[in-house]
Design a binder for this molecule. Structure first.
Ligand code: PRP
Ligand code: MN
Ligand code: MG
Length: 181
């Protein structure tokens, strides 16, 4: 098979930088949720790598649940109109919830999701994302844990896909234009 690295322009976060970033997020989360029963909600599919490494870096015990959402759009990525493809199994009543994401791009998915989860009477809902693109955000969202702010470029790897590929990379890179043009 072809080497996926031929499709990349440059490395945005090395494997080591990803792991260091996740460890420092985990340390903050351990501290902030001391004595609480945290429920971590990962958003499929992109958040799979982040949540797997983040939860293993935590010292506290947590519960883990998954949601799959799909955003209706006309061509472009996110429209803000979101449909639940797979809902949580967990009742959120009184729970402290931390949504885990790989990236916040326009912010539309998370903005909708946070509002949706908040309507289920939890005690708290916060957000943790490995990456955020401040220049691409279309809505204001309060994000408590951000691994790294990145430029508005096409990034793949460590859960992030282009046409369902590149999720399995252990680092984050930018996609070369020849791949998508
Ligand atoms: C990607 C990413 C975030 C969302 C961010 O998911 O994993 O969930 O887009 O975009 P936004 O901030 O503009 O809403 P995608 O919808 O591609 O699904 P996937 O996780 O299955 O790849
Ligand atoms: Mn996603
Ligand atoms: Mg995707």
């Amino acid at each position: 098979a072809n080497d996926v690295r031929d499709d990349l322009l440059h490395v945005l976060m090395t494997k080591e930088e990803v792991q260091e970033t996740i460890e420092s997020l985990a340390a903050r989360i351990d501290e902030d949720y001391k004595g609480k029963d945290l429920l971590i909600v990962a958003v499929l599919k992109g958040a799979v790598m982040v949540v797997a490494d983040l939860t293993r870096a935590l010292k506290s015990h947590v519960e883990l649940d998954f949601m799959a959402v799909s955003s209706y759009g006309s061509g472009t990525k996110s429209s803000g109109v979101v449909r639940i493809v797979k809902d949580l199994d967990t009742d959120l009543m009184g729970r402290d919830v931390l949504i885990v994401e790989d990236i916040i791009d326009s912010g539309l998915t998370l903005s909708w999701l946070k509002t949706n989860l908040e309507s289920r009477n939890p005690n708290s809902v916060e957000i943790c994302t490995l990456l955020r693109k401040p220049d691409a955000m279309k809505v204001e969202i309060d994000v408590k844990y951000v691994g790294k702010d990145i430029p508005n470029e096409f990034v793949v790897g460590y859960g992030l896909d282009y046409a369902e590929k590149y999720r399995n990379l252990d680092f984050v890179g930018t996609l070369a234009p020849h791949v998508y043009s």
